[in-house]
Design a protein around this ligand. Structure first.
Ligand SMILES: [Fe+2]
Length: 304
């Protein structure tokens, strides 16, 4: 499976020109579009790994995130649920989100490596999966990455925002778990997030074979009705200027670890200020020496 297969019948060029990093896109597909993907019935085996030639490998998915609703109507999010509780929680009405499931499966691995090849810059791609029982609710949030929901079985109802909460967000935001004071603090630093009720909303139904693309920062929340839902999320990280800069900073840290990473809590204040001044000098010199070509080389050579 390739990235182009996911987009079909939309052409890749048209997608990157009109939608990528700009607007959400719903691509209606035939029910058999994802027939080569592992089905929900294959999921437990996929998570447990492979036992072959006396070696057990790829049992990497030992924890999942579970989301459900309490008796009083509050959303419950359990972030690290062990394998042994998957069945109990699913049967009790929780939606399960499994971390990167692409490792050890040829179809999903081929999709990931095709996405890696979209750019000569390093930009990671992962595939997670979501198994949601009927009558289950999610929580409003946005992701800082590009996400593609691939509806493999059943159906899911989505409410998405018409505008992003913020352009090019630097991290995810779960709307229910933050306060106005938190948003005000960020606004003072120049990072202005609009809340979901100010971002417009659009209701969509994803059925078997459909794909929904959301650029970074678009709010979304999903629920199921009579049918269960099984979908994969293809997540493409942005590959940014700051990613290159972070590598450059880390290289400086490696080189100057004895100073930059030294514990300063017992150093007297006056000495500390003098010390900062020295290290700032080192950092400035390094930044001044850095060229655009260096930044490009750093991200190209970064391990995928
Ligand atoms: Fe999300």
């Amino acid at each position: 499976v390739t990235f182009d297969d996911i987009l079909r019948p939309i052409e890749r060029e048209s997608f990157f020109l009109n939608h990528w990093a700009r607007t959400p896109l719903l691509i209606k597909g035939l029910a058999e579009k994802f027939s080569s993907f592992p089905s929900s019935e294959a999921l437990p085996g996929l998570l447990a790994g492979i036992l072959k030639n006396g070696k057990w490998s790829d049992s990497i998915n030992l924890f999942a995130e579970a989301t459900g609703v309490s008796r009083s109507g509050e959303i419950i999010r359990l972030k690290s649920v062990p394998f042994s509780m998957y069945s109990q929680l699913y049967n009790a009405g929780f939606s399960l989100c499994f971390r990167d499931v692409s490792i050890g499966n040829k179809v999903l691995e081929s999709l990931v490596s095709d996405c890696d090849a979209l750019s000569d810059r390093k930009a990671s791609a992962i595939v997670t999966s979501y198994l949601t029982p009927p009558h289950c609710n999610g929580y409003v949030h946005y992701d800082y990455q590009h996400v593609f929901f691939l509806q493999v079985e059943g159906s899911k109802f989505w409410r998405i925002s018409e505008r992003p909460g913020i352009e090019c967000p630097i991290e995810n935001l779960a709307y229910g778990s933050i306060s106005q004071a938190f948003l005000n603090g960020l606004r003072q630093k120049g990072y202005e997030i609009s809340i979901p009720s100010d971002s417009g909303s659009l209701d969509l139904l994803l059925e078997q074979g459909d794909v929904l693309y959301l650029p970074p920062g678009y709010y979304h929340v999903a629920h199921t009705r009579e049918k269960y839902s099984f979908h994969y999320t293809l997540t493409l990280e942005s590959s940014t200027f700051w990613d290159s800069v972070k590598i450059a900073f880390r290289n400086e840290l490696l080189k100057n670890h004895a100073e930059f990473n030294r514990d300063l809590r017992t150093m007297p204040l006056e000495e500390r200020l003098e010390f900062y001044s020295c290290q700032l000098e080192t950092l400035r010199a390094a930044l001044n020496a850095l060229t655009p070509g260096d930044l490009e080389a750093l991200i190209r050579n970064a391990s995928r």
